[in-house]
Design a protein around this ligand. Structure first.
Ligand SMILES: [Zn+2]
Length: 469
């Protein structure tokens, strides 16, 4: 029902919708220093004002929650459905080739620009869905609200503020991910480890070790400085470890010290198998150095045994586990550094539904302790799960199938989305999982056809969630 009318309605609205997306993309809305009344800086406040003006001009009631979040209401009936999108973006970054990041460009069926896919395009598609339901004159018994946040990329304090003031709707989806439906987001353990250097009879030859930049990224680079070592002694070893790990090593002498650099490949920690970990590669190499009776090297060898290169599932740490719904636990050693006193390192583990403090954190803590390494008592972040049998999820999957012609299914991910802390929220759209939209990188784009289809799907979802039963 309504499919044909919805298709017809959107057939003539593409140009207008793309222009409205462009209006928002032109406003640079990455996080900037706070100004009075503008907690996320002037760009975020400006894009919020612009989007609310856009919605008001369409005839909707809007509200600005202290320049953190804005809302657009379809009607003033009791709440049923919230659509949670965001208007802030990550910084522009370098390497753009198709256009400048804040000068949207339409070409070859795509719209390019920072935020076109994440998440201004989807936000406008949702606004057009509200408008479609209204213009088609479909009678509703409940409200649908579009919630526009402006701090998704820098911590989510926007929706924390909003949900401190407002109730969670009976149903919520965020179009800030992929189709079909993401109903499970794994839990997380950030493992902060420290180990003092063992008491030493003579000075260690390991001068320093450092690698990684962010806790949620597989490290691309790591570096170690080792005393009284020269290239000739380890040339063969470098080649051997390179071959078995794929990590590339370079080394050069600085006086009596050898500086060894490891070059791997970055990836998101939740999908560590897509990267190549420079830290674990370097640990492997260091553990094979022809050095004996050295306390620091001994500690490195024990660390290497617990985080062997290529172990993305926490096998060596004794925490490997999986369940049918959410898949395997993943684990990535992402940060390491040393100083005069000892070593500090952090791993990022994404934990399935079957994981808990006892079978993950405590097991890891025990294994580490026996290697002389202390695991801080960070609590685990619980997973997020809305069962696939929930009527709301079934509506979403049905609407997706109706307009995409593809089979709908529920997906579990290791990352967290905007709805991670909502009891009844799922992620739904707008990206096609087969397409790499270059999120957070240069040349971010959205496929226009996909945005138009999303607007139609959302229109149908609003009708099915807020209309007559
Ligand atoms: Zn996003």
């Amino acid at each position: 029902m309504y499919k044909q009318r919805i298709e017809e309605y959107f057939a003539s609205r593409q140009a207008e919708m793309l222009e409205d997306i462009s209006r928002l993309v032109r406003i640079r809305s990455d996080r900037q220093p706070a100004r009075p009344g503008k907690p996320y800086g002037p760009g975020a406040a400006k894009v919020l004002a612009e989007s609310l003006a856009m919605a008001r001009a369409m005839g909707f009631g809007v509200k600005n929650y202290d320049n953190r979040v804005g809302t657009v209401d379809l009607n003033d009936l009791p709440p049923a459905l919230d659509i949670l999108a965001h208007l802030d973006v990550v910084p522009a970054g370098d390497g753009w080739t198709v256009t400048e990041p804040f000068e949207p460009r339409i070409t070859a069926g795509r719209i390019y620009g920072r935020g076109t896919a994440d998440d201004k395009g989807p936000a406008v598609a949702a606004l057009y869905a509200l408008r479609g339901v209204r213009d088609l004159g479909i009678a509703l018994r409940k409200n649908a609200r579009l919630i526009l946040g402006t701090d998704e990329e820098s911590g989510g304090s926007d929706i924390e503020h909003y949900y401190a003031l407002e109730e969670e709707a009976p149903m919520t989806f965020t179009p800030d991910a992929e189709f079909p439906v993401i109903n499970i987001e794994k839990g997380r353990l950030v493992g902060s480890m420290t180990a003092p250097w063992p008491e030493e009879i003579r000075k260690s030859r390991l001068i320093s070790l450092e690698g990684g930049t962010k806790i949620n990224m597989v490290p691309e680079k790591a570096e170690a400085v080792v005393a009284d070592l020269d290239m000739e002694q380890i040339a063969e070893l470098l080649t051997q470890v390179e071959k078995s790990t794929g990590v590339i090593f370079t080394a050069h002498s600085e006086g009596k010290n050898l500086v060894i650099r490891a070059q791997g490949k970055a990836a998101h920690a939740a999908t560590a198998e897509n990267g190549n970990n420079a830290i674990t590669g370097l640990l492997f190499l260091l553990s094979l150095l022809p050095i004996t009776g050295d306390g620091r090297i001994g500690l490195i060898r024990r660390l290497h045994r617990l985080f062997p290169h290529g172990d993305h599932y926490g096998q060596a740490l004794g925490v490997a586990m999986a369940d049918d719904l959410s898949g395997p636990l993943t684990l990535s050693l992402d940060l390491i550094r040393t100083d005069d006193y000892g070593l500090e390192a952090e791993f990022d583990s994404r934990t399935p539904l079957c994981a808990n403090d006892e079978n993950v954190r405590q097991i890891a803590a025990n294994r580490l302790r026996s290697a002389g390494i202390r695991l801080a008592e960070n609590p685990m972040v619980p997973p997020h799960h809305v069962p696939a049998e929930t009527p709301f999820v079934k509506i979403l999957l049905r609407c997706y199938e109706m307009y995409s012609g593809k089979p709908g299914r529920c997906v579990a991910i290791g990352g967290g989305t905007y709805v991670h802390n909502l009891a009844r929220g799922v992620a739904f759209g707008c990206a096609d999982p087969e397409v790499d939209n270059h999120l957070h990188g240069p040349d971010e784009f959205a496929v226009i056809e996909q945005l138009m289809m999303s607007a139609k799907i959302f229109t149908q979802v609003i009708i099915d969630c807020c209309g007559e039963p």
